[in-house]
Design a protein around this ligand. Structure first.
Ligand SMILES: *Cc1c(COP(=O)(O)O)cnc(C)c1O
Length: 362
């Protein structure tokens, strides 16, 4: 079999090796079913069980109460940029958005099609090197909700605690850090996340919505865009991503086995710490993009003295078996995405490669 390389891709991203192997083993035939997961009906008992396992797994890991629905939708996190305002903005028709990067800007542009957007804070003038502090937020007590992006995948910044929205419902795009640590779900009205970074394959989007928020969804909203359609049909109004939900079930089981989200958080802090220490101890050879207090544990962004040197590092790294390190074009430089499934051995290997590269080129 081919040897797997170290995959630093920002998304779709690495999945736990154990999950890939389990899926591979069961792909020809689910045990006792005689068919693969790719071939079974989403209305079958077999799928019911898998679907329930995925929901229960998330419920347990995040301690989600019965006040919430757990949905598996399609259209990516990007469709949630529209569904959130379409469903939740009325009747106030205005909402607060914190702008901390490319994804929150995209969320804002869809919300503007529905109503008035108040930018509570933006760090655009600093090229998104940090997330705003609580006392910088200009919050409208009459807003329908406050929307923020918990981890900025492209810029490598992260909120280390959620903003306090006051009495306004809090909505979060958690696509790139969901399940990286325990969060207090009860503080949120809605959390959404494309699965392909930290919980599964692309093509399935997790939505955790507090039941009272559904009162806002008007019947005039198109059926597929209405959260009520999906809660009333338990994500089965149309054919869901059966395979994606199956993988999420496996990932939640794997995380439970790893010791749950507190254990993952410790591991994630350790992994990111190794890379940030390497950057900080390089005497300026590597420069971190994010301000220290806003650094992401998931996406580590950094630059080198010149583009030429960056190209050289990427090409040598690729040859050495490190893939996906090229930074997003809006930041440049490099980005190491080290989600839950990324092994610490891979981080250690990259750090030693970076130190060696610095010795040869510094
Ligand atoms: C990747 C990403 C998205 C876009 O997700 P899609 O599933 O491709 O629509 C949105 N928000 C954040 C924070 C992301 O990292």
């Amino acid at each position: 079999m081919e040897k797997r390389i170290y995959n630093f891709s920002a998304g779709p991203a690495i999945l736990p090796e154990e999950v890939i192997k389990a899926a591979q083993e069961e792909l020809f035939c689910l045990p006792g079913v005689g068919m693969s997961i790719l071939e079974i009906s989403h209305r079958s008992k077999v799928f019911d069980k898998i679907h329930a396992e995925a929901k229960d797994g998330l419920k347990k890991l995040l301690n989600i109460s019965d006040d919430y629905h757990i949905l598996f939708l399609q259209g990516g996190a990007s469709l949630q940029f529209s569904m959130v305002p379409l469903n939740l903005m009325p009747p106030a028709n205005k909402a607060d958005y914190i702008v901390t990067g490319t994804w929150s800007k995209k969320a804002v542009s869809e919300a503007k099609r529905v109503g008035t957007v108040n930018i509570s804070a933006s760090t655009a003038d600093q090229n998104f090197i940090r997330v705003p502090k609580q006392d910088e937020l200009k919050l409208d007590p009459g807003a329908a909700y406050l929307h923020y992006t918990s981890n900025n995948t492209i810029f490598g910044t992260q909120f280390h605690s959620e903003p306090d929205p006051g009495n306004v419902p809090l909505v979060c795009d958690a696509s790139s850090d969901i399940l990286h640590k325990k969060i207090d779900v009860s503080k949120y009205a809605l959390i959404y996340a494309g699965a392909q970074k930290n919980i599964g394959p692309s093509g399935v989007t997790l939505v955790i919505i507090r039941k009272d928020m559904l009162e806002r969804s008007s019947d005039s909203i198109h059926t597929m865009l209405n959260y009520k359609t999906h809660t009333e049909n338990d994500s089965l109004y149309n054919t869901p991503n059966v395979f994606g939900i199956y993988i999420i079930a496996l990932v939640t089981k794997h995380l439970e086995k790893m010791g749950g989200l507190d254990a993952m958080y410790e591991l994630n802090k350790k992994k990111a710490g190794l890379l940030y220490d390497c950057i900080d101890n390089s005497g300026g050879f590597f420069k971190g993009h994010a301000q220290k207090d806003s650094r992401s544990l998931m996406n580590i962004t950094f630059t080198l003295g010149s583009e030429e040197l960056e190209k050289k590092l990427i090409s040598e790294a690729t040859a050495a078996g490190f893939d996906g390190l090229k930074g997003h074009r809006s930041v440049g430089g490099l980005r190491a995405s080290i989600y839950n499934a990324f092994p610490i051995a891979g981080v250690e290997a990259l750090v030693s490669f970076m130190n060696d590269f610095m010795k040869r080129n510094g």
